[in-house]
Design a protein around this ligand. Sequence first.
Ligand code: GP9
Ligand code: MN
Length: 632
Amino acid sequence: MNVKWPKIPLYIIATLLFGVKTYIIYRFMFSIELDNSMQELILFVNPFVSAFLIFALSVWFKKQSRQMKFLRYTALIGTVILYFNLVFYRSFTDFITIPQLFQASNMGDLGSSILTLIEVYDIFLFADVAIIWYLSRKKSDSVAVKYPRSGKAFALAMSFVLLAGNFFLAEMERPQLFTRAFDREYLVKNIGLFNYHVYDLAVHSKVKTQRVFADGTELPEIKDYVDQLRSDEKSDLSGVAKDKNVIFISAESLQSFVINEDVNGQEITPFLNSLVGDKDTYYFENFYHQTMQGKTSDSEFLTANSLYPLSRGAVFFTHGQNEYHALPELLSDEGYYTASFHANNKSFWNRDQMYDSIGFDHFYGDEAYETTADNSIGWGLKDKPFFEQSIKYLQTLEQPFYTKFITLTNHFPFDLDEEDRSIEPYDSNSNTLNNYFPTVRYMDESIEQFFDQLKDAGLYEDSVIIIMGDHYGISETHNKAMSQYLGKEEITPFDHIQLQRVPFFVHIPGDGNGKVMSEVSGQIDIKPTLLHLLGITTENDIYFGNDLFSNNRKGYIAQRNGDFISDDYISTGDICYDRATGEPVDDNTSVVATTSNNPCKPIEDKVAKELDYSDDIIYGDLFRFVDFAENE
Ligand code: GP9
Ligand code: MN
């Protein structure tokens, strides 16, 4: 029997077959979350775009046999890459990264369980390869193409157009997808697994070269600098929380402007407000977040390391495998059990990897929680059930423990079920700001309940409870609505910086000396502050913050973009403001003795230097050259 094959080029057939297969794997074998029809569309489009990109290269081979061979092997290799990712995903719910590929322990885990990860029906995933293989060998005369130069160029141009279209949709759906270096799931979902691997390779090579050229000779200068920042840091509170548990609550998108304020005549955060005047609580009213594109993860990075996050991308993502000397690790060394609780995908912000690097003993991620349609909203499990469900784990932990809880409900776009709404939204042209208030209130109630649950569980008395806003929730886009709420004509750059204040509470049951602290402070200060409260010395450590209870502080807080807030000034966008009045400082009146007329200049220089040193440490992975234990 001589079946006549229609003249469809094999590279087109391969694109269709491989595209359909990839789509089926994305859609039904990986559990990729799709929140809207745009995401559905992108997920459907990108398998075909990636497949075309590769297979269309075949038209450049002059010899028919080479063209066929190229298609056969790329289909096979592509399938093997997909399949490895699938097997890996079944075990880790994550996609392979280059460092992970070389991470012996991960692969070891996989090795022992690999048989349980393979399914009989997986064989069908190779069906398209078999078809391509067959056609390329038996029907090559009818499926090979012989394009003139223009045809080849057209195929190539087509590849780029499709790729650009895909990236355009992806960027629309998730702005700053690449620079924010989001979760791997986001990348795969938006640009496809193969482009994701190319991206991962690029990030990896950049990181590796910078690391290769570092040799540790930069360290003495950095060490001298940080030593000057904290000549005598002892504070009256050193050791007051010795051997106590630490419960650190990272409050999503909580900004200070809601504290002790009303909306529609109703109190926004009654519980947190009650802590402000509480005898066991230190409340820092001039505490700034210092995060950049890594948002929550940057705040975690700052908190754990007292180093600055990066100006581009999320350090959790780009330098997840560096050597650190972080708070969880230090506390583990002191006999603490350390764990983080966050009801979200473990690989989000690359937490699974970074938490290992900074020394958390355990990460209770989404699989530790029972999440149903009823108890979740927006990004996932609501804060109240999150805390409720966490208590049982907390009770089983060995004490003393250091635990971190990351809330989620008060996240953009601030969705909230009617039943969870205790106060009404605000009324302005920004729904984001309007809805922010009820979700903040919900989070406030969830924290109040958590305090009660801790008391019921008998954990409260022996714990220090820290509450920190992770970063802003209301961006500059909503300035008009914000100025309306604040009763201001406009939001000036000075106001904008002041809006970067986030609440920071240190609650020490039984302390009795609590007060409102007005010092300029920030997330960079948390590591030394906590360590000192717990009675742990930090003399030989390298970090850029100060103990918040010490009188001997450097007196300014740097923003990642070089802006800063000092005791007397706020510098932003090259304007130096008087912090007390909010007015720009007249260049001709030199308020402090400086070499220049601009009183902000000397601090600006220090800030720039400090940010550079911190970057050097991260890009060069310099802590691998320091033996902190030896120094002690
Ligand atoms: C995700 C949560 C929110 O796990 O921490 O991240 P964000 O967008 O705020 O950085
Ligand atoms: Mn956040």
